[in-house]
Design a binder for this molecule. Structure first.
Ligand code: SF4
Ligand SMILES: [Zn+2]
Length: 297
C-alpha cells in the first residue's frame, strides 16, 4: 500500500567530499561463516529483498524448495559439520527461516548443535520470539542472530521526482511506504524486544542489512541495550536498482557506524555504497561529489 505525499523531503548541498563516494564492498553473505547446514529451507515472510529464494531453485527434485515453502531436509543433519575456530560459525537453515519450523524440528536442530559441542553455530531468524521458549535450553555453542533493518515501525520510501536545485539545495518528493510492504516479518521493534529476552541466557548477533532509514539516536540506544553482541554487521541492499528501498544516505550510515565504534561497539561493515537516490542524483545532476542533509522527521 503506498500513498504519495507531496513535500520537500530531501535536501542536499553540493559539497565536494571524495570520501563520501568511496565504495566499500563485501558481497559475501558472512565471511565468518564456514558452512550452512541446510536442514530447514523456505520462508513465508516474503521480504522484497530476499537473496535466498533463488538459491533453492536448483533443487528441481524438491517441490518445496522450488516454491520456497518452509520444510525440512533431515538428511542435512547426517553430515559432519566442519571444524570452526574462534570467530567462525556454521549457520543452521540459512536458506529460510526456522521460525516456521515445528517445536519438534527446532528441538532437533538444537540437539544437533549440542552434539557437535566443539563447533560454533549461528541460528538466524526474523522472528526471534519463536526461540524465547527455548531461552535457557539453547546450547552454549549457539549464537542467536536476527536482522533489524531499522528502528522505525513504518518507513518512508524515497522517490525523487524531477529534483530541482533551489538555493544550492536539491528538493524532491517522496512516497510513503509501510514496513509490511517490504516484509511480512514481525516489525523490527518486536525482534528487538525478543532479543532483549534471548540475550539474558545466550550469545546474540545482529545484522542491520539491508539498512533502512532510521533515527540515529534511538537506533544506537537499541544496539547499546543489546550489547554485548557476538557480531554486528551493517550493510546496504545488494540490488538497489531493483528494490529502491527507503535506505539512508551514505553519510548518515557512516556517522552511525562512527558513533557505534566510538562507543566501543565493533562493526563488521558489509556492502557500503551511496543510497540509490544519491546515485541517481549524481547521474541526473552530473555532480562529482555531494553531501546530503536530511530533514529529521
Ligand atoms: S526472512 Fe529471510 S529467508 Fe525469509 S523472505 Fe526474508 S530474507 Fe528471505
Ligand atoms: Zn526441499
Amino acid at each position: 500500500m503506498t500513498d504519495t505525499v507531496n513535500c520537500t523531503a530531501i535536501e542536499y548541498v553540493v559539497n565536494p567530499e571524495p570520501k563520501a563516494l568511496k565504495k566499500m564492498s563485501d558481497k559475501k553473505m558472512y565471511k565468518e561463516r564456514k558452512a550452512n547446514i541446510a536442514v530447514f529451507r523456505g520462508c513465508k515472510f516474503n521480504c522484497c529483498y530476499c537473496a535466498f529464494k533463488n538459491t533453492l531453485r536448483f533443487n528441481t527434485e524438491c517441490p518445496d524448495c522450488l516454491t520456497f515453502t518452509p520444510h525440512v531436509h533431515w538428511e542435512s543433519l547426517t553430515k559432519t559439520p566442519p571444524k570452526t575456530k574462534d570467530g567462525e560459525f556454521i549457520t543452521i537453515g540459512l536458506n529460510g527461516d526456522i521460525s516456521f519450523a515445528t517445536d519438534t524440528q527446532i528441538s532437533s536442530f538444537l540437539k544437533y548443535c549440542k552434539e557437535w559441542g566443539d563447533r560454533n553455530f549461528m541460528i538466524q531468524t526474523k522472528d526471534p520470539r519463536r526461540l524465547c521458549g527455548w531461552n535457557m535450553y539453547i546450547p552454549k555453542n549457539v549464537t542467536i542472530g536476527t536482522t533489524i533493518e531499522s528502528d522505525y515501525p513504518q518507513l518512508f520510501k524515497r522517490k525523487l521526482i524531477e529534483p530541482k536545485i533551489v538555493d544550492n539545495r536539491i528538493i524532491s518528493d517522496y512516497e510513503l511506504l509501510i514496513y509490511s510492504d517490504i516484509s511480512k516479518a514481525p516489525f523490527p521493534e518486536k525482534r528487538y524486544e525478543a532479543m532483549q529476552c534471548l540475550r539474558v541466557h545466550n550469545k546474540i548477533a545482529l545484522t542491520i542489512e539491508p539498512i533502512l532509514e532510521f533515527n540515529i539516536d534511538n537506533f544506537i540506544k537499541w544496539i547499546k541495550v543489546l550489547t554485548p553482541l557476538e557480531y554486528l554487521w551493517i550493510g546496504y541492499d545488494s540490488k538497489p536498482e531493483i528494490n529502491h528501498l527507503p535506505e539512508p544516505p551514505l553519510a548518515k550510515t557512516q556517522q552511525f557506524i562512527k558513533r557505534l565504534e566510538d562507543a566501543g561497539i565493533s562493526v563488521h561493515q558489509k556492502l557500503m555504497r551511496l543510497a540509490w537516490y544519491e546515485t541517481e542524483l549524481i547521474q541526473e545532476l552530473q555532480c562529482d561529489t555531494f553531501h546530503k542533509i536530511m530533514e529529521d522527521k
